[in-house]
Design a protein around this ligand. Structure first.
Ligand SMILES: Nc1ncnc2c1ncn2[C@@H]1O[C@H](COP(=O)(O)OP(=O)(O)OP(=O)(O)O)[C@@H](O)[C@H]1O
Length: 331
């Protein structure tokens, strides 16, 4: 469905010094700079997949989404989406995709969202029947029936994001490109957006490529992630595999009814770190040894709570990006 080979984007822009002097100078003599934003990345995405595009600020995620949706020309490499070259911006192509940017709006601010939806109906040539069916289904899923006739400027950020998603999906696109869809939303609104996206993927088979700095979004939606950093694709694979490879350990926390002595765990095979105080023991244990160690923990004292978790994906990301940004570190 999406195939990118050695996809590269270089921006050329002119530098201007601040102030009037700088503006005049730049009129007379312009100095240009180039920035390699996406550096020869190759990937493919199949129909129905939900893929997370992760990376630190400035990694090239938005640039990639803009190339995929045809907003930017590719500097070099090959890009084919649904059999089209996206930058051609053919109507038949735009009819089959949608791009939602969390920080930008595609709704008219001064009129109710329904006006924007009706414009989309005309732009995409939807029949009244198809339009009504889609509006009814999406409004119900997003619980926005009461908001469709309210001026967009009067709705909250979370409500606006729901309406943005509705506007993006009303023409029934096969691919949805999402750039930070939950940015600035509260926890309840975030959860609602995630549930909605998962439902759209399941019900309609919509392929989704999503960027987010919120790892809860990624964990809730994506089984596959692509990590991009300094424009290079650093990882493309399962989220679980990433967690297992980057941190092949389980984090265990045991709470006891009385103070306990953690020295029983000294030298136990598979235990890599122990931190204990009073009634609590926290430890890291090799995945394969977790069963035996848990059994041991039950024998140390009267257990009241036991929590076993994978390493936090947020921590893994932080480690990955910090390591790569260290000067002189070629890894
Ligand atoms: N129009 C532009 N002109 C020049 N450079 C740009 C332009 N847009 C983006 N860049 C640069 O390209 C690089 C990649 O930017 P991009 O917006 O794709 O990153 P991102 O991964 O989406 O970051 P963020 O997480 O902060 O949104 C950055 O160094 C950015 O400064």
């Amino acid at each position: 469905m999406i195939a990118a080979t050695d996809l590269t984007k270089t921006y050329t822009f002119h530098k201007q010094q601040a102030g009037l002097g700088g503006a005049i100078k730049s009129l007379v003599r312009r100095t240009y700079e180039t920035r390699l934003a996406v550096d020869s990345i190759t990937f493919s995405i199949n129909r129905g997949e939900v893929v997370g595009l992760l990376g630190p600020n400035g990694a090239g995620k938005t640039t990639t989404l803009k190339m995929l949706s045809g907003l930017l020309y590719v500097t070099s490499g090959e890009l084919e989406v649904l059999g089209f070259t996206p930058s051609g911006r053919k109507h038949d192509y735009l009819r089959r995709i949608a791009l939602v940017m969390g920080q930008k709006t595609m709704l008219w601010w001064d009129v109710p969202a329904m006006e924007s939806l009706l414009l989309h109906k005309e732009m995409y040539g939807l029949s009244t029947q198809e339009f009504d069916r889609n509006v009814a289904e999406l409004a119900e899923l997003l619980d926005v029936q009461d908001l469709l006739n309210v001026q967009v400027r009067k709705v909250s950020l979370g409500e606006r994001m729901k309406l943005e998603l509705m506007a993006a999906l009303v023409h029934g696109p096969e691919i949805l490109f999402l750039d930070e869809p939950t940015i600035g939303l509260d926890v309840v609104a975030k959860a609602r957006v995630r549930t909605f996206l998962a439902e759209v993927n399941q019900r309609r088979g919509t392929t989704i490529l999503v960027t987010s700095h919120d790892m809860d979004d990624i964990e809730a939606l994506c089984s596959r992630v692509m990590i991009i950093d300094h424009g290079r694709l650093q990882y493309d694979g399962g989220l679980d595999e990433l967690v297992h490879t980057a941190r092949p350990r389980k984090l265990v926390q045991a709470t006891y009814a009385t103070n306990v002595d953690s020295s029983h765990l000294d030298g136990v095979e598979g235990v890599t770190a122990v931190d204990s105080s009073g009634q609590r023991i926290k430890l890291e244990v090799d995945r394969e040894r977790a069963g035996e160690v848990l059994e041991q923990l039950t024998r140390i004292g009267p257990l009241v709570d036991l929590d076993v978790a994978d390493a936090d994906i947020e921590e893994i990301m932080r480690d990955l990006f910090l390591r790569r940004s260290m000067p002189g570190d070629a890894s």
